[in-house]
Design a protein around this ligand. Structure first.
Ligand SMILES: NC(=O)c1ccc[n+]([C@@H]2O[C@H](COP(=O)([O-])OP(=O)(O)OC[C@H]3O[C@@H](n4cnc5c(N)ncnc54)[C@H](O)[C@@H]3O)[C@@H](O)[C@H]2O)c1
Length: 346
């Protein structure tokens, strides 16, 4: 298939691009190259036949129309987004613009193209979203695809809005859409403002490792390569109009995740004192959701997907990748806001 992947220079999008190319698909990678993008993430496929990169903003209808006309994709995988919750607290406007207006603009461009092609049944618009749209869980229970939406941060509210738009375009215009909502990802090429790389890079620098509140918040961690595999399955085998929850089945408190990373570093890059000595509790994120956990039964039963690695295996691979790829992260840590405490401007 020829896939138009938006946000393919970001963390998850680049994993999708690399895997799609490895599976023999053609890829048009459309990305505005914001602060979160890095073309090095897709350097391994950049020279391959069947790969094209277009620098464009998903809010730019004319640019999108040209991409559809030039490349005539069989499917869209929409990952472009503002994705950092802390940044959404300080500056929600960019999240509304990209995640809501951008998704609307992309839907309209896709609809125009699809209608112009005679509404091919095989066309797909796959919208990639987050489990954060479901809100925050108590000590028990899991998010299913039928859990009512209850977003609580500007980020998750903007993603929830985009999910609603995609479903509406499916219902109203018949655009063949599929959706997926995923838990927290980790892995190689994770931008250095997110929790897992922050822990690794602060530890390596001998700096305090900041943990919000008491580190009690629980997330369900998924290795990014497993997510990319699941996304390509949802695209090709998912039922039109349906959404799929994707999770790793790895519920862990933040403080325990940080402890696991420190323990791996103690083994792989030993220093005089254990890295966990660097853990420092800092003021919590405003409105910090307590617990996310995914029920991934539907994708397992209908599509036969399950994660391929355990959290321990995935974290070890991730830590080793950061140890081996210092040039990659050194080039990014000077970008605006990286290494600063964000999400406190109230
Ligand atoms: N990271 C996670 O744990 C996670 C979990 C579930 C769902 N998601 C969703 O997956 C998607 C990808 O997340 P990520 O972590 O890879 O994000 P990311 O921030 O690493 O990458 C986002 C990419 O989108 C691009 N982009 C941003 N605004 C754009 C615009 N207006 N036009 C074109 N490109 C633009 C950026 O340049 C960047 O390359 C997002 O939609 C996010 O909501 C992420």
């Amino acid at each position: 298939m020829k896939l138009l992947v938006t946000g393919g220079a970001g963390f998850i999008g680049s994993a999708v691009v690399r895997q799609a190319m490895a599976q023999g698909h053609e890829v048009v990678n459309l990305d505005a190259l914001t602060y979160a993008a890095c073309l090095a993430n897709v350097a391994s496929v950049a020279e391959m036949p069947g790969y094209a990169f277009v620098e464009a903003d998903i809010c730019d209808r004319a640019a999108l129309d040209k991409v559809f006309a030039d490349h005539a994709p069989d499917a869209v995988m929409h990952l472009a987004a503002e994705s950092h919750v802390d940044r959404s607290i300080d500056g929600p406007g960019a999240f509304i613009q990209t995640n809501v207006t951008g998704t609307y603009t992309l839907l309209e461009a896709a609809r125009g193209f699809w209608q112009g092609q005679g509404r091919p049944e095989g066309f797909r618009f796959h919208h990639i979203s987050t489990d954060e749209v479901f809100g925050s869980l108590g000590e028990t229970g899991l998010f299913t695809e039928d859990t009512p939406y209850d977003p609580r941060s500007p980020y998750s509210a903007s993603k929830a809005a985009s999910d609603h738009l995609v479903r509406a375009w499916g219902q109203t215009y018949g655009l063949p859409v599929v959706l997926s909502n995923c838990s927290n990802n980790y892995g190689a090429y994770h931008f250095p403002e997110k929790l897992v790389p922050v822990v690794i890079l602060n530890a390596l620098a001998g700096r305090d490792i900041p943990v919000y509140g008491q580190g009690e918040n629980i997330r369900d961690w998924l290795y990014v390569e497993d997510h990319a595999e699941a996304l390509l399955m949802v695209l090709q085998k998912g039922r039109v109009g349906r959404s799929y929850n994707i999770g790793g089945g790895n519920e862990v408190r933040n403080i325990d995740l940080v402890g696991m990373i420190c323990a791996i570093l103690d083994q792989k890059r030993p220093r005089a004192a254990p890295y966990s000595d660097l853990i420092t509790f800092v003021t919590d994120r405003p409105g910090h959701d307590a617990r996310y956990a995914i029920d991934a039964t539907r994708i397992a039963d209908e599509l036969g997907w399950k994660p391929s690695v355990t959290l321990e295996q995935g974290l070890e691979r991730t830590v080793l990748w950061y140890l081996d790829n210092e040039d990659w992260w050194r080039a990014l840590i000077s970008r605006e806001g990286v290494g600063e405490r964000l999400g406190t401007r109230m």
